[in-house]
Design a protein around this ligand. Structure first.
Ligand SMILES: Nc1ccn([C@@H]2O[C@H](COP(=O)(O)OP(=O)(O)OP(=O)(O)O)[C@@H](O)[C@H]2O)c(=O)n1
Ligand SMILES: C[C@](O)(CO)[C@H](O)COP(=O)(O)O
Length: 228
């Protein structure tokens, strides 16, 4: 089933502390963004990649992506101050029935997860990648525990997040009218009253956020090379 994907890539990487867009950092000798785009480039059902970037990163992105197999599918839009604004700018360039949003900082997404998300979004309207929480979660007030959260129903949410395009567009427009900023697309869609399905992903689908994540990234790629 055909789909388009928005890749938010306009962040500043403050928590990474690299002093530049973390998607330009090399892992196994290649910039993070190339790893992220690989699966969408090779997926014949992926008809368009909408890359949301900062204007001052444009020449570097274009140079890095010039030789990538997915380059012919890429449309560039400028991002905004918040991730949500970057995604909304991407939505305005999107078409077709199914739209995915996938963090540029998540380079290890698998094809079979994407395929399941696309089908679930077609069937149900909205579907997101997630893995069960492994740690005990507690709520604290000024570092003092006030509540232990029942872990049985908790999921660690990832991207891709997949939607029928009108559902996501409407949710973003409602959030804009209400001045609501969420940390993922699903929170906007939930707020609009649309059920959201969870599709179990895998623990390799990490978001490269802090420097430690780069060690994990090298290990994930080494594992995949060894598995062939
Ligand atoms: N205004 C923004 C903020 C983030 N992103 C993108 O959204 C993804 C997930 O965001 P995050 O990991 O938080 O990236 P940064 O915002 O760059 O990180 P930080 O919060 O540490 O600055 C990243 O691919 C990032 O480039 C974006 O397109 N536009
Ligand atoms: C969308 C997301 O990756 C789901 O876990 C996450 O909310 C992004 O958060 P960030 O702070 O913008 O990286």
């Amino acid at each position: 089933m055909e789909y388009q994907v928005i890749i938010p890539a306009a962040g500043s990487g403050k928590r990474m502390g690299a002093g530049r867009n973390k998607l330009f950092i090399e892992v196994a000798g290649r910039p993070v963004i190339l790893h992220t785009l690989d699966v969408f480039a090779s997926d014949l059902y992926c008809k368009k990649i909408i890359l949301a970037i900062q204007p001052n990163d444009e020449s570097q992105f274009r140079n890095i992506l010039a030789g990538h197999p997915g380059n012919g599918k890429i449309a560039y839009v400028y991002g905004g101050d918040e991730r949500q604004h970057s995604v909304y700018n991407g939505l305005k360039a999107a078409g077709g029935q199914i739209i995915l949003v996938h963090d540029g900082a998540r380079p290890f997404i698998r094809q079979h997860t994407i395929s399941r998300l696309v089908q679930a979004a077609h069937d149900n309207g909205a579907a997101i990648a997630a893995v069960p929480v492994k740690d005990t979660i507690k709520r604290a007030d000024r570092n003092q525990v006030v509540e232990t959260v029942d872990r049985s129903g908790l999921w660690q949410i990832q991207t891709p997040q997949a939607f029928r395009l009108p559902i996501l567009m409407s949710a973003h427009e409602q959030a804009k009218e209400q001045g609501y900023v969420g940390t993922d697309e699903a929170s906007l869609v939930e707020k609009a009253g649309q059920p959201v399905m969870i599709i179990e992903s895998d623990y390799d689908n990490i978001k490269l956020t802090t420097p430690e994540d780069l060690y994990f990234a090298e290990a994930i790629l080494a594992k995949r090379r060894n598995l062939g």
